[in-house]
Design a binder for this molecule. Structure first.
Ligand code: TAP
Length: 517
């Protein structure tokens, strides 16, 4: 698919801005896609200074889409220096907050105009089902840019009534200030959406950024960088360095000029990132980590709705979803019937090419992840779980794993404790009237990202919502997130919120200024 003559693509934005890059051109989804594959540093696309590249793979057919620049430490240093200069001396530091908002709205409009291309690229690179990518991966990314564009000129300090130093008087005010250079490190499940959730809040607050996308899904971040140029975002404000976590991630978390890391990924790497932030220069850090979110279905729940939503809670985006319901607790009196209905619903899921409009379930993101899922289910069955449906790689080309249900899962089974991050439903029963015990079991994990409860009894759902140790609780629904509602975990699912007003605080610091007169 690579353009062998290294043709230079010249795209013209509405404002007459031109962006030049070595383009990859691909025909897919009845459209012609043109996108960069180099690093984006200081407003320009350029190869890694190491000269290295790596292949990014389409999980639907396991073919190489194109070569992508494999950044190195030197590239990180250049990107951080560009972001530092843009923050301290560039146009970004001089324009008003309202101007910043305007640029972000413009960027959102361009993302909207290129929505089909971005969704197609996300489908090719991550296996996201195209119709879902339009609505969620890209749709919610655009929402995030607009939501935070609106915040730019509403970030305010306070006036505080402190004691006067009599006979003089004092005035105390606070200002919310940006931190400086922020580095963002994101995973592969919602590549552009994870970028957008973090970067939109980070830029609204006035920072500049270096972003490292997941190595296996770099393409939408690079296409986004092109749109950022066209939107008129000044050079150095956004920098994208593709490459491995071990190199780029490490270099950014250890960098003395980076003041904050926004990280989404596994708990294991999150702990490592936090240690590196502490050791290097006491960087501020926010961590959105793994989950094993419980979903409790009481016997009085609206059965059909609970069945449908339970399937969505697990199988949404092929289970590659941080808030996926990792454990389903079903009241004993409805358990067998519920399982039967879950199996029926699961069998209706259409597995296919993610670009096909009828497809409901696409390929897993990459090979190592698929292999992990195969092993995960094996361990679950060895631990005594009953396989109700699925459980294996689909008999077709590509990295497909069948939507799977494991029932009768004991609390000490590996799959009751560990996250699958794939389309594997893990079901256990509970005594109908023992609410305290099922809450204790639901809380019996070090994760605390999300939880769900289905019941028509308001006392029951309020009790669960109050006692459950999770950053997000869904009542008679699941997976209902919104860019205006704060999102983030408790316990080892991390700290610091994405989304909503709360997320702005992750990228701001408060300065107290005291006057005497
Ligand atoms: P990780 O392996 O933790 O990778 C996340 C990011 O960290 C990637 O960009 C990765 O780069 C980078 N990284 C790897 N080693 C690093 C290091 N030593 N220093 C700094 N960065 C490093 O997670 P994953 O497998 O991509 O994603 C799945 C996990 O993310 C799951 O546990 C899931 O629950 C979690 N997740 C959580 C949320 C929220 S909101 N809580 C959302 C989505 C996903 P490479 O790509 O090069 O490995």
């Amino acid at each position: 698919a690579e353009n062998s003559d290294a043709v230079v693509a010249k795209l013209r934005g509405g404002s007459g801005i031109t962006v030049t890059y070595d383009a990859i051109e691909v025909e897919a989804n009845n459209m012609h896609l043109k996108f960069p594959h180099d690093l984006f540093i200081n407003g320009k696309f350029e190869p890694s200074s190491s000269g290295r590249t790596y292949d990014t793979i389409n999980p639907t057919n396991e073919e190489v889409i194109c070569k992508v620049a494999k950044g190195c430490k030197e590239d990180c240093d250049k990107a951080v220096a560009a972001a530092k200069k843009a923050f301290e001396q560039g146009e970004w530091s001089k324009i008003s907050a309202r101007e910043r908002g305007k640029l972000m709205y413009k960027l959102a409009d361009l993302m909207e105009a290129h929505k089909a291309e971005l969704a197609t690229l996300e489908s090719l690179d991550s296996g996201a089902v195209y119709t879902l990518a339009l609505k969620t991966h890209i749709g919610m990314s655009i929402d995030a840019w607009r939501y935070y564009a609106g915040w730019c000129d509403k970030i305010q300090g306070t006036t505080i009534p402190i004691s006067d130093a009599r006979p003089n008087k004092n005035l105390c005010i606070t200002k919310k200030e940006p931190l400086g250079v922020v580095a963002l490190i994101t995973p592969w499940n919602y590549p552009l959406m994870m970028l957008s959730w973090k970067m939109a809040a980070c830029l609204a607050a006035g920072n500049t950024v270096v972003h490292k996308p997941a190595q296996v899904t770099p393409l939408t971040a690079l296409k986004f960088a092109e749109l950022a140029v066209l939107a008129g975002i000044p050079a150095g404000v956004i920098n994208i360095v593709t490459g491995s976590g071990g190199e780029i991630g490490e270099a950014l978390t250890a960098h003395p000029d980076v003041r904050k890391i926004g990280f989404t990924g596994s708990t294991e790497i999150g702990a490592h990132v936090m240690a590196s932030c502490a050791k290097s220069n006491i960087k501020k850090v926010s961590l959105e980590l793994g989950g094993k979110s419980p979903l409790i279905v009481f016997a009085d729940a609206d059965m059909d709705k609970a069945v449908r939503q339970t399937c969505t809670a697990v199988f949404f985006n092929k289970g590659e979803n941080c808030i996926a319901a990792g454990r389903i607790f079903v009241a004993k009196s409805i358990h067998d019937d519920f399982i039967k209905k879950l199996v029926e619903e699961t069998k209706k899921i259409v597995i296919g090419d993610p670009l096909d409009r009828a497809t409901g379930h696409g390929p897993q993101n990459h090979k190592a992840h698929l292999d992990k899922l195969i092993d995960y289910v094996k361990q679950g069955i060895e631990g005594g779980a009953k396989l109700e449906v699925g459980g294996k790689r689909a008999d077709r080309r590509g990295l497909y794993f069948e939507p799977t249900i494991l029932s009768h899962v004991k609390d000490d089974n590996y799959v009751a404790k560990e996250e699958s991050f794939g389309p594997v439903m893990v079901v256990s029963d509970f005594d109908d009237d023992d609410i305290d015990r099922v809450i204790r079991r639901a809380n019996g994990t070090e994760f605390g990202l999300a939880a769900g409860v289905f019941s028509k009894d308001v006392s029951k759902v309020l009790k669960v919502a109050e006692k459950i140790q999770a950053g997000t609780v869904f009542v008679n629904t699941y997976q209902k997130t919104d860019v205006a509602a704060p999102f983030g975990g408790f316990k080892q699912s991390g700290f610091g919120k994405d989304l909503g007003q709360d997320a702005l605080n992750e990228y701001l610091q408060t300065k107290t200024i005291t006057f005497e007169y």
